[in-house]
Structure formats: C-alpha cells, structure tokens
Write a protein that binds this ligand. Structure first.
Ligand code: GLA
Length: 387
C-alpha cells in the first residue's frame, strides 16, 4: 500500500515524496456507540491500510491527489473549508499547525492511496487522518507519539469536518498491535492490548452510509439529552456509560422514549464490553461470542442502527454455527463481524460452511454476493522519511 501512494505521488508531481506513512482501518469486536458516551470499546486494526505520501509545497497550499477520486486539487486550507475528503486533510493540517507540528509554511503535496473501503463501517476516515498526521508531522521533522497522532486526527474529524464521532477509530489506527485487540476506556483513554485466540470474518453487505449526513450526530444528541435528564437523578453523572448498571429501573423511569432505549443500549453495551474483554483475555471465546450476538440485538432493537442486510447475515451466521456475529462500526449498513473458534469452527470446515451459508442466503435475498474476507488483526500507524 505504501508504495501505491508513492507511485501516485510521483505520477502527479513528477518527483519522489519525502515521507510515506500508513494507518489501518478497524473492526470493532464489541462496544458500539459507547466511545462518545465515555464507555469501553474493543477494536482490532485491519490489514487494509490507507497510505499517504507527502512532500513540500508553497506556503499554506495543499496540493492533493487521491485514488479516492483521482482528482488533483490545490487548496488554501486557511481560506474556507474544502469539500469531500479534502476537508479531512485540511483539518489535519490545521490541527498540526495549531500544535506547532506542521511542515514549514504549512503547505504540502499529498498523495493518498486508500485500501480501506469508504462508508463500510471500517473507519476509513481515521485511517486517512492518522496516516496524514503521521506523514505531515514527519515532514516537519516532528515525532508525535501515537496518542498525539490520534488526538490530531480526532480533532480534524470531530471539530473541523463536524462528524461527532468518539475516539475509538483514531486511537485504534494509532495504537493497535498485530494479533491483539485494543481495550480502550474512552473516558480516561486508558488502553490495554488483549491477544485474540479466534478467527474473524468480515462480511461487507455493500450497503453504505454517509455519517456526516446525520444518523450518528442524531444519536449523539439523543445520548446528550439522556445525560441532561439523568443528571436530575445523579448530579455528578458526566457520561451516559457511567450510569450504574444496577439502577436500570430508575433509568427507565427517568427517561422517555427514544432516550430510554438509547441509554439502555449504552449502559448494557458498556457492561458487555468490559465482561467480554475479560473473557477474551482468558481465552473464553465461546462465551465471548455469545456477547457479540447480544450486542447486535441491542444495536438492532434499542439503538436502531442496524439494517435488514446486517440482520440477515447475523441470523444466518448463528444458524450456521458461528460463535458470534454482530454489525461492526456505526451501522445503518456496512459490515458484519463473524467470530469463529480456532479449532473445529476455525480455518477448516466450520469456517467454509459459515461463509457458504451466508453467501447463499444473502444472494437469494438481494441478488448479489457480499464480500467475505478474513480479518488479520494488524498494527497501527507507521511512517518513514526517505530523505
Ligand atoms: C463511528 C464513529 C466511532 C464510533 C462508532 C460507533 O465509527 O466514528 O467513533 O462512535 O461509529 O461505535
């Protein structure tokens, strides 16, 4: 992948890039819509990465080319907000500039080669912003640590582009380790790496969502409204995820629908994720898988972020004997994660059967095949200066 961005850079600008960096997409094992509520998440980084090659340019000017749209753009990032994916790069440059970590003159030539599918719930935007933050800061000869990179990328997307996401995607793209899941507590940003002793399949339904358009922002506003009301019960409540799980009857009484359902999801998902991380750490994969099914059901019924295609894949996976399955990422389309044991449910017959049955049922219902790939938990951002 890194080489692809270099090739795009050379072709567009006629010189070699100074720095090439890359960052992965992510698949969340459990902990959906908990990050912006101060709860835990448990993502893994994908082998699919986005790479960014950069070199110097005129003061304040970003010259951009990407395999995302093939268009060469020249923007003055200080002068208004550009459209589309260019906004993410302008946001990164603005944040680096504010932190004193932007290249001289805060201009750059940037080539992007994206290997992470866009809108599939695999955090393609965080792969882009984290890789860009890494490449542009190295161009400025500044070494940001993984948390600093994640912070720059998060503020670019959240404050500048205006997607009211949490920090799961950026932290995973920056901190992930091969073969391990990242347990991240989003209120404190405490992180722990947990080895995965299971096989994971990703079933992309091919249906896409556009996050900035609203659903995620709407859910976040509902969660904030729930916290505002729950503060009458518990004045020190800072995050929805901090509501005590033993006080569910009180929560139900205090909240009208749909706030009640949203809050029940967040509080339940928080408990499931912490318990799930313990199970995974102890190698209790079967029990962990059961929590994935519960999480999907909660996303479907309470958070209402599933879709007919996602539900079908989860149902078929369960009937075919998978240990667990659930939508992964924001939802409203995108992909399903399927968990298989390493033994008989693993690489052999079990996995082939699950994949075959999902393919068959999905094709019968929608007249097209879903893409089914194995997930290889990978490492976070990396980058190199060439001269
Ligand atoms: C999107 C956001 C993440 C997270 C998930 C839902 O991917 O970018 O921060 O909120 O949705 O878990």
């Amino acid at each position: 992948m890194s080489d692809n961005a270099s090739v795009v850079f050379r072709t567009a600008f006629g010189v070699a890039p100074r720095v090439v960096a890359s960052a992965p997409g992510r698949v969340n094992l459990i902990g959906e819509h908990t990050d912006y509520n101060g709860g835990p998440v448990l993502p893994v980084a994908t082998a699919a990465r986005t790479s960014v090659a950069v070199g110097p340019a005129d003061d304040g000017v970003l010259e951009l080319i990407s395999t995302l749209d093939g268009q060469l753009a020249r923007i003055d990032w200080r002068d208004g907000r550009p459209a589309g994916w260019n906004a993410y790069l302008a946001g990164v440059m603005r944040e680096l500039d504010a932190a004193g970590a932007a290249p001289t003159g805060a201009g750059a030539r940037v080539a992007v080669a994206s290997g992470v599918p866009v809108g599939a719930g695999l955090a393609s935007s965080a792969a882009l912003t984290v890789a860009a933050a890494k490449a542009l800061s190295l161009l400025a000869s500044v070494r940001l640590n993984p948390r600093q990179l994640a912070g720059v990328a998060f503020r670019a997307e959240h404050d500048y582009v205006g997607v009211r996401c949490g920090m799961m995607d950026q932290m995973c793209a920056a901190l992930a380790r091969p073969g391990q899941a990242l347990l991240l507590e989003c209120a404190s940003l405490a992180a722990r790496h947990i080895p995965i002793r299971a096989r994971l399949l990703l079933v992309d339904t091919g249906t896409r969502h556009a996050l900035t358009a609203g659903a995620l922002n709407e859910r976040r506003a509902e969660c904030e409204a729930a916290v505002a009301r729950l503060k009458l019960e518990l004045p020190e409540l800072a995050w929805l995820a901090s509501w005590p799980a033993r006080w569910l009857p009180r929560l139900k009484r205090a909240l009208p629908e749909p706030l009640r359902s949203r809050a029940l999801h967040v509080v339940g998902e928080t408990a499931r994720t912490r318990f799930g991380a313990q199970l995974l750490a102890r190698g209790r994969v079967r029990r962990f898988g059961g929590l994935l099914y519960e999480s999907h059901e909660s996303c479907r019924r309470l958070y209402q972020c599933s879709s007919a295609e996602l539900d079908l894949v989860v149902d078929v996976a369960r009937r075919a004997g998978a240990l667990g399955a659930r939508l992964t990422g924001a939802g409203w389309g995108g992909a399903v994660l399927v968990l298989l044991g390493k033994g008989d449910g693993g690489r052999g017959k079990g996995e082939a059967k699950v994949a075959r049955e999902i393919r068959r049922a999905f094709t019968a219902a929608y007249g097209r095949e879903p893409s089914i790939t194995a997930v290889r938990p990978s490492g976070g951002a990396r980058g190199k200066r060439s001269r």
